[in-house]
Design a protein around this ligand. Structure first.
Ligand SMILES: *Cc1c(COP(=O)(O)O)cnc(C)c1O
Length: 365
């Protein structure tokens, strides 16, 4: 029996996608081999990668001004590759610090440049995102970096920052990528690991404005130079072929959500809003459960919560597991619980969790 998997990542994959992958595992479309065994330059895989990129572009409405790169190394590698590729002649970059993942980005960027932390939620224990009016951007930064969804703290931007025309906005979108429509023209570069909302580990998606290519540091490895990766259609080295295939299946699954009045990502977003509404409503309805993030900054993807009685944590997790509700343990830095409810989590999974929240409180509250 499949459980409802609330893991933050690698995370649940739509069951329909797994079924297609299983059916195509041994013999992809009658070609007599699996996707894993294909040459990345062959006709079959070229078709898979081309379709994946075309579907991604359609879903996000990405114009030809942007290159789509299928890379490796995860968002953590991008923390170094962004400064290595974008600093150019400039010596500093601006960062907004909203929690664990933006702090990780800042720490890595400091190896390459001067980092200006232009706003920070640290003094508020990362329970709110500083408004743009509280930011102090610098004039000489090469770019401005944000993390649109803090996977550990459970904060998400529900607005897009304004930046100066010569200072591109760069975003780590690992955990809310493809969960809602995106105004790509407001960004210079976004990056996301696939294992949260776009499939499985091994693939990192980078979308970068083409005029930002060609600024890399001379010591940037060729395989991680955005310009070289773009010029070679992500085939400078062997790309993570199976992860690209899986992401392509996820994009097709998302496309199937389009309705007569909503495009696919609008429909996915509406469902994500409803899932988050139901879960936060159940948590807010009771003093037995606590959430800490300011309401307007609450993540729709990752919902950290705490039991008023932490001595019940282990029992809560054990009984949840028995009911088929898996991986609800919070990140070790925060404790408590965390429910990640990415695109692939069905509404029925959220309802099973809210039923359990009420039932557990009734028996132990
Ligand atoms: C998961 C995650 C990362 C780390 O991704 P890796 O694939 O492990 O490099 C970075 N940033 C955010 C926001 C994440 O959710």
């Amino acid at each position: 029996m499949r459980v409802y998997n609330f893991s933050a990542g690698p995370a649940t994959v739509p069951e329909e996608v797994l079924q297609i992958a299983a059916a195509e595992m041994i013999d992809w479309h009658g070609c007599g081999m699996s996707v894993m065994e294909m040459s990345h330059r062959g006709r079959e895989f070229t078709e898979i990668a081309t379709r994946a990129q075309a579907d991604l572009r359609q879903l996000l409405g990405i114009s030809s001004d942007f290159a789509v790169l299928f890379m490796q190394g995860g968002a953590i590698a991008q923390n170094a590759l962004v400064p290595l590729n974008l600093l150019g002649q400039r010596k500093s970059a601006d960062y907004v610090d909203t929690g664990a993942w933006s702090s990780r980005s800042i720490k890595e960027a400091r190896r390459y440049c001067e980092v200006n932390i232009i706003a920070s939620g640290q003094a508020d224990h990362y329970t709110r995102i500083p408004r743009q009016s509280e930011w102090h951007p610098s004039a000489a930064a090469a770019y401005l970096h944000i993390c649109t969804n803090e996977t550990i703290g459970g904060l998400e931007y529900h607005w897009t920052p304004e930046t100066r025309a010569d200072i591109p906005l760069v975003a780590d979108m690992s955990s809310d990528f493809m969960s809602r429509p995106l105004e790509m023209r407001r960004y210079g570069l976004i990056y996301a690991g696939a294992q949260k909302n776009a499939g499985i580990a091994g693939l990192t998606i980078v979308i970068v404005r083409r005029d930002l290519l060609g600024r890399s540091h001379p010591l940037c490895p060729s395989a991680f130079d955005y310009r070289i990766v773009a010029e070679n259609e992500s085939m400078f080295n062997t790309p993570p072929t199976y992860s690209i295939y899986l992401a392509g299946l996820v994009f097709q699954w998302i496309l199937r959500h389009a309705t007569p009045d909503k495009n696919a990502l609008e429909a996915i977003e509406a469902r994500n809003i409803e899932k988050a509404r139901r879960l936060y409503a159940a948590l807010d309805a009771s003093a037995f459960y606590e959430t800490r993030v300011a309401r307007e900054d609450r993540s729709r993807m990752n919902v950290p919560f705490f039991l008023a009685e932490p001595r019940l944590d282990e029992l809560f997790l054990a009984e949840a597991r028995e009911r088929g509700l898996a991986q609800l343990k919070g990140h070790k830095s925060l404790g408590g619980m965390r429910a990640s409810i990415y695109n692939a989590m069905p509404i029925a999974g959220v309802d099973a969790l809210t039923d359990y929240l009420r039932d557990f409180e009734r028996r132990h509250g």
